[in-house]
Design a protein around this ligand. Structure first.
Ligand code: SAM
Length: 277
């Protein structure tokens, strides 16, 4: 998919990916996979480069390292280039490609693949994991995390999502005279359990090195900024113009947080590091 217009840039992932709690989640994943000592690293589904930046910070030898930052979104990559393109201390190659074309998108093998908060987008995970395995050198490492898995919503958070959605839809109707268009709903993603992710990795030729589920308290700023991300708006409010969807979601969020005197909402993050078996 190639986006040529600039109109999605203001609905980018950048503000969310720079939040301290989110950086910590990803830094933990990089710790689990000991990322930094490798020479050739792929940042798969790199988005606006938030994780690429974290990888750069921990390189042992930036001069000898190449990072391939891969994403299919032209607007996300433009943001990433604007943020990191001027770095002279390490080589970053920005590659616009669907992750499903990894085999041809990057020449040669790599020592690590970092894949943050993006694997849940891909329906055929088995084929993708096989491709990733092929790209890895012997003993190469794969690091994956996601907060979209079966088990990511603690039961005590369900009420929040219900209230937030109801409130935002009411605002959308009353203040903008609109409703989501169910016919434009993005295909719902299949959420695997943590065990299913592990089995899938093993079936695809990986050995699990570490796997953990962490309880993360997501602050209001997290929900606020994710409400400005194109994929989130389209998922929750299909067919609604992005700016209108953003306004309704952010206003609904503020109201629910205020009324319930909330400070954070818990979410679980699955992080797995796996070595090529
Ligand atoms: C939630 S963002 C995460 C970005 C980054 N990894 C981070 O954590 O800051 C997900 C990214 O995956 C990208 N993406 C989703 N499906 C993809 C696909 N099939 N091929 C390439 N990129 C994809 C989106 O464009 C988006 O930039």
């Amino acid at each position: 998919m190639v986006e040529n217009s600039n109109d999605t840039e203001e609905f980018s992932f950048s503000a969310f990916s720079n939040l301290p709690f989110y950086k910590q989640v990803n830094a933990r994943l990089l710790d689990l996979a000991d990322v930094g000592r490798q020479r050739r690293i792929i940042d798969l589904g790199c988005g606006t480069g938030g994780v690429t930046k974290l990888i750069l910070e921990r390189l042992q030898s930036a001069k000898e390292t190449v990072i391939f930052a891969v994403d299919h979104s032209a607007s996300a990559l433009r943001d990433a280039v604007a943020e990191l393109g001027g770095r002279k201390d390490a080589v970053i190659r920005f590659v616009q490609s669907p992750v499903q074309n990894l085999k041809t998108a990057i020449n040669g093998d790599v020592d690590a693949v970092v894949y943050c908060n993006s694997i849940h987008y891909v329906p055929d995970k088995k084929t993708l994991l096989s491709q990733i395995r092929e790209k890895l050198s012997p003993n190469g490492i794969l690091a994956i995390n996601t907060s979209f898995f079966d088990g990511s919503h603690p039961p005590e958070s369900e009420e929040f999502y219900r209230r937030w959605l109801m409130r935002s839809l009411r605002i959308l109707k009353r203040e903008h005279g609109m409703s989501p268009d169910a016919s434009q709903k993005v295909e719902s993603r299949q959420h695997l359990t943590a065990d299913e992710y592990e089995s899938l990795l093993q079936d695809s030729g990986f050995r699990i090195v570490k796997s953990e589920v962490a309880d993360i308290d997501v602050p209001e700023s997290g929900w606020f900024h994710i409400s400005g991300f194109k994929d989130w708006i389209e998922g929750v409010m299909p067919g609604v113009p992005l700016e209108t969807g953003r306004l309704a979601l952010q206003k609904g969020l503020r109201q629910v947080f205020e009324e319930r005197e909330l400070t954070t909402i818990p979410r679980r993050w699955l992080s797995i590091s796996a070595a090529r078996a």
